[in-house]
Design a protein around this ligand. Sequence first.
Ligand code: NAD
Length: 435
Amino acid sequence: MKIAVVGTGYVGLVAGTGFAENGHQVTCVDIDAGRIAALQRGEAPIYEPGLEELLMRNMEEDRLRFTTSVAEAVENSLLVFLCVGTPSGANAAPDLRQVFAAAEAVGSALSGYRIIVSKSTCPVGTADKLKEIIAARTSHPFDVVVNPEFMKEGAAIDDFMRPDRVVVGCQDVRVLEIMRELYAPFLRTGKPFLSMSLRSAELAKYAVNTMLAARISLVNELANIAEVYGADINEIRQALMSDSRLGSAYLFPGLGFGGSCLPKDVAALAELAREKDLPRGIIEAATSTNEAQSRRFVERIKSFYEGGASGKRIAVWGATFKPRTDDLRSAPALEIIDALLAASAAVVVFDPVASKGLRDRYGDKVTVAAKMYDGLQDADGLVIATEWREFHNPDFERMAKIMRCPVIFDGRNLYEPKTMKAHGFTYFSVGRPRA
Ligand code: NAD
């Protein structure tokens, strides 16, 4: 099939590359000319494991092309995927300007029948608005489909190639058959293709993310209770995870959820409920508990030092909201860094892939360390904010030697409190006794 993908961010790039890898002819379009120029040179503008290799292969095979021209991308493509951003807006509702602008551009560029597939996460009813926008700009027939994306950054290629399910909001049987054919190679392991109404598909995405967010917030509340009562959340997790009704995913206590999806999607769902005056206590609590979690962590750091963190040199390991991505959007680490700066601490950050993003955001307000141990020299403390693999087994002896004050505030529970005590560290984690 010939496919156009509008927007070459995390979702568009992975989806476009994934379709090309399955033999389709894909043209990706973006309004960011610099991004397109980099992609045309074979450079991935984002860090996602495995992406660059797939990009190169499919570009060499001439199945994957990049352009800034929507008309060129849409010209011969039966399917047009909208993968543009839906960031948080001024209030709780997401800002849909990118989606509407992309729909306008696609509508104006139609040269025949097309299926426009929205992969962007949008509030219920957006697909109806897309139909209106496109219909106002073309006399050609078209269909609008909602196909929410569930990939996780850091494992996006694998999630896209082997999804847990494919959700397709569409009521036209012929269009549904085309979507089924497109996704059949991705569902060979027997995972379901779920067809539903446009509105259900729009809401399904928010439902999944809100369930995940609520689970993380709940485990964090349990961790805080465990910590204060002298219990250990890791032991409690074993009891939770072995319950077949609960499962083991998303039960890690820590600094709370972040990234470009969970915070904004939970807020968007709460807003949908608020607009209709529906109960939304749990949905809103997922967010308020999450926000309190990093504040609580910062308070712990500040209260450790007599006189607060002012003048202290604090090293931070990890800045991205999770490992294996360079995405800094709504990362808990940034809130911690901001709070430490506000408390007049000197902050030195090391992240394996986000140095550029950190420099863009902070300029010379923080020191960005090039290597993991660089920032620890004379540090008054170390904060672990992202569970990158290289942080799991560091050289504790070296760390204890070069730090001025050997204290670790571990927001990801990477180490055993007893081991840390044996290495001479004061060690704080989440939901476990202090060592
Ligand atoms: P992103 O911000 O990384 O990328 C969006 C891209 O769209 C940018 O490159 C931007 O330049 C481009 N763009 C904006 N307007 C355009 C236009 N009119 N024409 C062409 N290109 C345009 O966004 P993302 O993280 O890929 O997310 C895209 C959507 O998918 C969002 O709705 C998001 O909620 C959803 N989603 C994201 C993830 C994720 O892990 N990032 C997972 C599932 C769903």
